[in-house]
Write a protein that binds this ligand. Structure first.
Ligand SMILES: [Zn+2]
Length: 167
């Protein structure tokens, strides 16, 4: 396993459509292990292969039980509702935006041995599924956000919301 460098949004790798994974071999297993190690080190909620420069359809998402779920060739097969909330990205450090996502999603993907399975997510996990799958088509959350906020602005907004809630 190896810690990989997370590319930032100026890198062309983040704006390309990734190819499906066709070989479920040691090379893929190394990639998945590296994604997990790099995600854990960055303390993020999800990471997609193009973020470490590999243009293949593979992502890792932290689920509601705090486990890292490996999704290879993931497809959105159902979605429900709508949520609006702040979103960030390890490839867009220190910037946050308000993004609309479905509140529940169902995804079909393959595991590292090529076995198909379905996974469901709601709330933050649904947001994360959508965000990571978008990376595989070369898209970033910033394309859906009206404006981007800095860490300081986000802290201030959160404080204001907390104060409102206390009243
Ligand atoms: Zn991202």
């Amino acid at each position: 396993m190896a810690l990989r460098t997370i590319l930032t949004d100026s890198d062309p790798a983040l704006h390309k459509v990734c190819r499906p994974v066709t070989q479920f071999d040691q090379r893929l297993w190394d990639l998945m292990d590296d994604l997990k190690e790099t995600l854990a080190d960055a303390n993020g909620a999800g990471l997609a292969a193009p973020q470490i420069g590999i243009l293949r359809r593979a992502v890792v998402v932290v689920d509601a039980q705090d486990r890292m779920l490996e999704l290879i060739n993931p497809e959105l097969i159902a979605q429900e509702g709508e949520q609006e909330g702040f979103e960030g990205c390890l490839s867009v450090p220190g910037r946050w935006g308000v993004v609309k996502r479905p509140s529940r999603v169902k995804v079909r993907a393959q595991d590292r041995n090529g076995i198909f399975f379905e996974a469901e997510g709601e709330g933050i996990v649904a947001r994360c599924f959508c965000h990571e799958m978008e990376h595989l088509d070369g898209h970033l959350f910033t394309e859906h956000a009206d404006r981007l906020y800095t860490n300081e602005e986000l802290d201030k907004l959160m404080e204001q919301q907390e104060n409102k809630g206390a009243r």
